[in-house]
Write a protein that binds this ligand. Structure first.
Ligand code: TXA
Ligand code: MG
Length: 322
């Protein structure tokens, strides 16, 4: 593979030129940074998988600038999908829809369906609008590692692998998009994410969470995803768990400010006042910071299992599976 002197910058022309010439560029979105390339080029898509060390069986999300671009990549859009787009686009919603030929099989891991989303990020939309092709982009981390929510985290993981990281600041939402598919009149949630199941159900009550113990439709539902290098334990009882680990070098990831300060060596509070939104935005950065200290264990506080709390718990659960 080519070795690059990776740069961070906000030069949108440079990003566009690189993408036009078949290079990969890390792009900002409202959820996490993406590792982007021309979605119509099989060669470019192959490069994305190689840089990420991602198995070719794990398909990619295609990013477009607006709803009118949908018809160039998907065959049909069911009514429920249109209603969802109306409610949440641009935004952290990914739809699984029947793909057109234009989309190489590499993108979808040979599935006849493609994952599509319209990111809600000014710079990203501006970039998409300049390009004659959509951008396929997985999160800009190595396979199974923590997703990056700022340019420095991308640099830590992909330095030397890509020429450019387009700096769009810190990602507002901080966890990945919610992935939704359709089966007759049922809306299937393949991955919990920045749009909550409650929000989806307001648009279409007949919604089912695809249970990853039975089927793995979406490898984002795999265990071992989103994981720090340190073993992580998810618990309701942080104080008790700290005690049970005794003298080990412990790091704690609190949801909100604890009533009693713990004696843990390192800690991060996701949101002092217990806001789900703030907690989601800080999640991956906090995990990065704790992981960097190389503790023996990270003890993470479970959030209430509603709204975004459910999506954050989902990511923490997957981080524990090793
Ligand atoms: O917020 C996000 O969705 C971010 C930003 C960069 O857009 N992207 C992201 O991509 O999280 P990635 O590759 O890390 O996760 C995409 C998930 C994977 O779990 C993949 O399996 C699933 O989407 N996926 C993609 N295409 C699919 C398809 N045709 N059918 C089912 N699942 C699919
Ligand atoms: Mg990912």
């Amino acid at each position: 593979m080519t070795s690059y002197k990776t740069e961070i910058g906000s030069d949108i022309n440079k990003a566009a030129d690189l993408l036009m010439s078949g290079e990969l560029v890390a792009i900002p979105t409202e959820t996490v940074y993406g590792l982007a390339g021309n979605a119509f080029s099989a060669t470019v898509i192959k490069k994305i998988f190689e840089v990420k060390n991602r198995p070719f069986t794990n398909p990619l999300i295609v990013h477009i600038a607006s709803v009118d671009k949908l018809s160039s990549i998907v065959k049909q859009v069911p009514d429920i999908a249109l209603r969802l787009l109306h409610a949440f686009s641009p935004g952290p919603l990914t739809l699984i829809l029947p793909k057109k030929e234009m989309i190489p099989d590499f993108v979808t891991a040979h599935s006849s369906q493609v994952a599509v989303r319209i990111p809600n990020h000014r710079l990203c939309l501006e970039l998409l609008n300049r390009l004659p092709f959509p951008l396929a982009a997985p999160s800009a981390n190595k396979f199974t590692s923590i997703s990056p929510t700022n340019p420095d985290h991308v640099m830590n993981q992909l330095s030397g692998d890509i020429p450019y990281i387009l700096d769009g600041g810190f990602c507002n939402n901080g966890i990945e998009s919610t992935i939704v598919g359709f089966e007759n009149d049922t809306m299937l949630v393949y991955r919990l994410g920045a749009i909550t199941t409650e929000q989806l159900q307001e648009i279409h009550p007949n919604t089912r969470l695809v249970n990853d113990n039975r089927v793995i439709h979406s490898p984002g539902m795999m265990k071992y995803h989103y994981a720090p290098k340190t073993p992580l334990l998810l618990t309701e009882n942080v104080a008790g768990t700290i005690q049970s680990f005794g003298t080990k070098k412990i790091a704690v990831l609190y949801f909100k400010q604890p009533a009693v300060e713990s004696a843990a060596a390192y800690k991060q509070v996701l949101s002092i006042n217990g806001s789900f939104q703030e907690a989601a935005a800080n999640l991956y950065k906090a995990l990065y910071e704790l992981d960097k200290q190389k503790p023996d264990i990270i003890i993470a506080e479970r959030l209430p299992d509603i709204g975004l709390g459910q999506s954050i718990n989902d990511r923490l659960k997957r981080a524990t599976s090793k």
